[in-house]
Design a protein around this ligand. Structure first.
Ligand SMILES: [Zn+2]
Length: 392
């Protein structure tokens, strides 16, 4: 018994070294304030903690998931916890983009969707934030080819997280139902080209900008915020480093010298774990294109690739046509600002763009009232990019 237990510990420790730990997988993840309505795909069994069948759930029955435990969904039944296999249910709505989405919600919903659809999605921990929050990438699709999309590099720009979480919600649903989104056959496209989503690159900065709890002292944060308590304008990570000035492309040309709520480049490129996680994801990956979501201004920045420039031009024009956002003049040599887009273009020589959603919002988050327009403009962007990449 003891030997088995020890062996178990060793195995668990081995798994911990490799992405999401086996121990974490069996932990209960509460959906807390964001319970998810699900519908049974087929007749299935609801069980109690000991594994005894409580009742049969009929196909089409609706349940409200309160938590995830391993591969099971947890619901409340006669004021006790009851369990149902997550692969036996579909969600009705994963997220509501019209509301603020916190880091905790992102983490819980990504775990949920990846447990519900293991053949269509793959969740990976790509690093940890300064304050120890896991940084997640979710691959959607079965395609061997991949494109990369990320959001919330900048704390206050968290509506971009809503854009990617809604894409995940909508695309996965269309994939498993075999339905189209506008002219896009989702299953056909994502079976050839998968989309790797990183919905929140800077969870500490987002949490601060949203008025949530952070570990770093307010005194320290205020000092980096010109002594203001207005953290809604915060762009940097929790160390006061601008993650989108951390990449080694003309980094030395940036003049900023001290930690701040925005634009400080750090002591060296990639000193911050969040920027390093994206650098490594780009370096190790084989992504055919890269879309980095920011706010605001209704514009698209893009860089000059050395080869196949016509492909890049076509792709950015396509995204401009879909969103209605203005295409900026192509970024030329010496202009780059050490952003992730510049880095992707430099090391991969493939199409990359920075999409700035919503009308100019100044030094603040985009107001939630903008959501419906933002979503309408961006709903098909991921599918368009993946569909283009099918032919590359
Ligand atoms: Zn930004």
């Amino acid at each position: 018994m003891k030997k088995l237990f020890l062996l178990g510990l060793v195995v668990a420790a081995m798994f911990c070294l490799n992405g999401i730990s086996a121990a974490a997988a069996s932990d209960t993840v509460s959906l807390g304030k964001y319970p998810v309505q699900v519908v049974a795909k087929k007749n299935t069994e609801l069980k109690d903690e000991q594994g005894n069948v409580i009742k049969t759930v009929a196909k089409g029955d609706k349940l409200l998931l309160q938590a995830i435990k391993g591969k099971a969904g947890v619901i409340s039944y006669s004021s006790k916890s009851a369990f149902i296999p997550l692969t036996d249910v579909h969600y009705i709505e994963l997220v509501d983009g019209a509301k603020t989405i916190t880091y905790d919600e992102v983490a819980a919903k990504l775990k949920l969707v990846s447990s519900m659809y293991p053949s269509v999605t793959k969740l990976q921990e790509i690093g940890k934030s300064v304050e120890g929050k896991s940084l997640y990438a979710l691959k959607v699709g079965a395609g061997k080819k991949e494109v990369l999309m990320d959001a919330s590099f900048h704390g206050r720009e968290h509506m971009t997280t809503n854009v990617l979480m809604e894409m995940i919600d909508t695309y996965v649903k269309a994939y498993v139902n075999g339905t189209k989104i506008e002219k896009y056959d989702v299953k056909k496209i994502l079976s050839e080209v998968s989309i790797v989503f990183v919905p929140m690159v800077n969870p500490d900065g987002v949490t601060l900008a949203q008025g949530g709890k952070v570990k770093t002292s307010m005194t320290k944060l205020k000092a980096m915020n010109n002594n203001s308590t207005n953290f809604n304008r915060w762009k940097a990570n929790i160390n006061g480093v601008d993650l989108n000035r951390q990449f080694n492309v003309n980094w030395h040309l940036i003049k900023t010298t001290k930690p701040s709520f925005k634009e400080y480049k750090g002591k060296a490129p990639n000193t911050e774990p969040e920027a390093l996680a994206i650098k490594r994801l780009i370096d190790r990956g084989n992504h055919l294109a890269y879309v980095s979501y920011h706010s605001s201004g209704l514009i698209i920045y893009w860089s000059q690739t050395k080869t196949k420039f016509s492909r890049t031009k076509k792709l950015v024009r396509g995204v401009s046509n879909i969103t209605g956002y203005k295409l900026m003049p192509v970024t030329k040599k010496n202009e780059p600002i050490a952003a992730s887009e510049d880095y992707f273009t430099k090391v991969k020589d493939r199409p990359a763009m920075t999409v700035e959603i919503a009308p100019f919002a100044g030094e603040a988050s985009v107001p939630l009232k903008r959501w419906h327009t933002v979503w309408k403009q961006n709903k098909t962007v991921g599918l368009y990019v993946a569909n283009e990449a099918r032919n590359w």
